[in-house]
Write a protein that binds this ligand. Sequence first.
Ligand SMILES: [Zn+2]
Length: 297
Amino acid sequence: MILEKNKKAGESLGLKPEGACEESLPFTETGCILLPESHIYQGSLILVSQKYPVRFHLPEKRLGSVFPGQPELKMELESAGMLRELLWEIQGNQQKIVGVSGYRTGEEQTAIFQDSLRENGREFTEKYVAFPEHSEHQTGFAMDLAENRPDIDFIRPEFPYDGICRKFRERAADFGFIERYTKEKQKVTGIGTEPWHFRYVGSPHAALILEKGMALEEYTQWLKQFSWPDSVLSMNRKGTVIRIGYVKAQGALTEVKLPEELYHESSVLGKRRKNLKVSGNNVDGFVITVISGQEGV
Ligand SMILES: [Zn+2]
C-alpha cells in the first residue's frame, strides 16, 4: 500500500501526485511500522495468478475512472491516475487508445468466464480468461487497452506493437505499468500472450521488471533475496536513491524497522513518510520501497 509519495523525488521517476493515499499504517515509538497479516494481500505489487487468488477486494471509494468517455471503466485510484497521465502524455485529448476492461467484481469475472466458456469453449477460455478470484482485473491494478477501431474484441482487443500503441509501450514502465502476459513468459504466467493487458506495479518496479526481463512471478521471487533492512537493493536513478527490500510476514503483526532518518525527527515525520511505500506480495510478505532525494532522506 502507499503511505504517501515524495512528490519531488517521485516526479523524476514519472510518479505524479494524484491523491491516492490510503490510511496510514501505525508507527511505533521505536520507528517501526506494524503490518497486519491482511496487508500481505494489498498493494500494487501483489501477485495474482492461478496459484495466488485475489484475497483483498478494494472498496468502491478506492476506484476511479481513467477515460473521460468511459466512466464505467475503473482502476484502483493511484493506477487510474498514472494511466491517465501516461495517456495524456502520448495522445492528449485524442482517443486513439481506449479502454476495454478494467476493474471487475468477482461476479463480473465469473460471468465473463462462463460466457466465454459457452461462446469460445474451454481451451480458449482457460488461455485468455482467468478463473474467478484469480484475475488481475479484480485487483483494480489491470486494464485491457485497444487501439480505437470499429468492432473491438472484448476478450482479445487489438493493441499492436507499432504506432500509438508502441509509443504507449515505450513510456509505460516510467509510469509504473508492465505488459503482464508476454509471449516469452507464457510458461511462467500460464496465460496466453495478451499484448493488450497492462498491469500497474508502480515505480521503480515496472522499470526494473522490464530491465531484468522478468515476469511478475519471477520478480516477486527475485526480490526475496533483498532482505529488509540488511540486504536491500539499492540504486541511484536520475539523482534519486531507491532502496527496495523484502520482509517475510511474521504472523498476525509484522514489525518492520524503518531507516532512522524516516522517523527520528517527529516534526518532519509527515514529510519523511512521503518516501515510503509498502506493498504486500500476495504470497508471504511485504515489499518496502524507500525513495529519497539526492540530498538524502
Ligand atoms: Zn486483461
